[in-house]
Design a protein around this ligand. Structure first.
Ligand code: CAA
Length: 260
């Protein structure tokens, strides 16, 4: 598939995705969402990609939400289908085997905040602004925002953001746990790449299994979650990386992981 609304490049194990509709502040129209959905399938099947970074083009915006001009004429059925498609697409991001870092360079509003929340880790520029302003448009968030926001920042804070539609800056997003780290704008991509490099230096299978275990565990009770953990913990002992990691520790040398 030719991508015309996003840019994708691979750089030494990092799959670098830039959402690229800067004139519309990278708003998510159907064409861009289809491209994201297709690309996630490609990345999921690509063992040469170890970490994914998603950012927005231009200085102003990560993603300013779903495309309002496309949604304006929608019927209830069309709205539901659009929501389901968006949810399924962001589910693909959340369930990618590889860790995904959102490098939030500007506005992350509505579907943009929802996209960032579907990523595993969020790093924000000092210029970033977050919010779920849908109630100002007469709708609710539709790409998972009512669910992921409360899981990330708690019920009370999520409800305040959802009911008011207020935007918050990067520092406030950091304070409430919506983002992991805040950087100067010019440092954002370096910070995301440095984090990706650090993750890539660890045992790849173990990293992917950690991601799956956290995701699986959040949807089930603690007993089921720790039971899942015991299984994947055991499976790690069948990898060469466990042999290498522990041998390297005992021999007091850096480990050389192969992802096998
Ligand atoms: N959809 C379509 N176009 C958008 C857009 C969006 N979500 N956000 C911005 N744009 C377009 C603007 O229409 C404008 O286009 P023109 O130049 O052709 O007029 C261009 O991007 C630049 O935007 P502004 O001139 O508005 O820039 P600004 O700096 O004055 O304001 C902003 C920036 C505060 C982000 C403002 O653009 C804005 O409020 N955007 C909408 C934010 C929003 O409500 N997002 C939620 C959408 S609903 C949703 O996402 C539902 C869901 O959960 C799936």
């Amino acid at each position: 598939m030719e991508y015309s609304n996003l840019l994708y490049e691979k750089d030494g194990g990092i799959g670098f995705v830039t959402l690229n509709r800067p004139k519309a502040l990278n708003a998510l129209n159907a064409a861009l969402m289809k491209e994201i959905s297709h690309l996630m399938d490609q990345i999921a099947a690509d063992p040469t990609v170890q970490v994914v970074i998603i950012t927005g083009s231009g200085e102003k915006s990560f993603v300013a939400g779903a495309d309002i001009t496309e949604m304006q004429p929608m019927s209830a059925v069309e709205g539901r289908n659009w929501g389901k498609f968006g949810q399924a697409t962001f589910d693909k991001i959340e369930k990618l085997p590889q860790p995904v870092i959102a490098a939030v360079n500007g506005f992350a509003l509505g579907g943009g905040c929802e996209l960032a929340m579907a990523c595993d880790i969020r790093i924000a520029s000092e210029k970033a602004k977050f919010g779920q302003p849908e109630v100002s448009l007469g709708i609710t968030p539709g790409f998972g925002g009512t669910q992921r926001l409360s899981r990330l920042v708690g019920k009370g804070r999520a409800k305040e953001l959802l009911f008011t539609g207020d935007l918050i800056d990067a520092q406030e997003a950091y304070r409430i746990g919506l983002v992991n780290k805040v950087t100067a704008p010019e440092e954002l991509l370096n910070a995301a790449k440095a984090l990706a490099q650090k993750i890539m230096s660890r045992a790849p299978v173990a990293v992917q299994v950690c991601k799956a275990a956290v995701n699986e565990g959040l949807d089930v009770d603690l007993d089921s979650g720790v039971a899942y953990e015991a299984e994947v913990f055991g499976l790690c002992f069948a990898t060469g990386d466990q042999k290498e990691g522990m041998a390297a520790f005992v021999e007091k040398r850096p480990a050389k992981f192969t992802g096998k």
